[in-house]
Design a protein around this ligand. Sequence first.
Ligand SMILES: Cc1cc2nc3c(=O)[nH]c(=O)nc-3n(C[C@H](O)[C@H](O)[C@H](O)COP(=O)(O)O)c2cc1C
Length: 148
Amino acid sequence: MKALVVYDSAYGNTKQVAEAVAASLGPLQAHAVSVTDFKAPVLAEGDLLVVGSPINGWRPTPKIAEMLAALGGGQLHGVKAAAFDTRVRLFIHGDAAKKMTEILKAAGAEIVSKPMAFYVKGSEGPLRSGELEKAATWAGDLLKRAGR
Ligand SMILES: Cc1cc2nc3c(=O)[nH]c(=O)nc-3n(C[C@H](O)[C@H](O)[C@H](O)COP(=O)(O)O)c2cc1C
C-alpha cells in the first residue's frame, strides 16, 4: 500500500498543504506530485490517492478537472481516496473538494474522508496560520481510516 498526493497550485499554497499531508502520511511512503506529473496507472488496489486543488471560480482547476475526468470508468476501484481544496474565507466561496470527492467516488474509489478545506489569506496566500498543522492532523486521520 502506498499513497500519492496529487495537487495543482498557482501560487504554492496548495502545494504546501499537499507536501504537509504527504509528510504526515510517512508510513505509506507518500509523496506529493504536481498534477502535470501524475500517471493514473501507478495506483494499485489498496493505495491511497489524495487530490488537492485551489478553488477557481467555485470549482477545481481545469488541470485537476481534466485529470479526474480521465479517471472515469471505475479506474479507481479498490483505491482509497480523499480530496481537499484551498480557498479564501469569503461569505460565498464555492467548493472544489466536494466536487472532487464526488468524482473520485464515481471513478470507483472508496472515500475515506469528508471533503476538506484549507484557508488562505488572499488569492496568492499565504496560508492562514495553523493550516499546515491542520493538514498534518487530517493526514493522521486519513492514515487511520486507510487502515494503518
Ligand atoms: C482565477 C481564480 C479564481 C478563484 N476563485 C475562488 C473561488 O471561487 N472561491 C474561493 O474561495 N477562492 C477562489 N480563489 C482563491 C484561490 O482559492 C486561491 O488563489 C488559492 O487557494 C491559492 O492556492 P495556490 O497558491 O495553490 O494557487 C480564486 C483564485 C483565482 C486566481
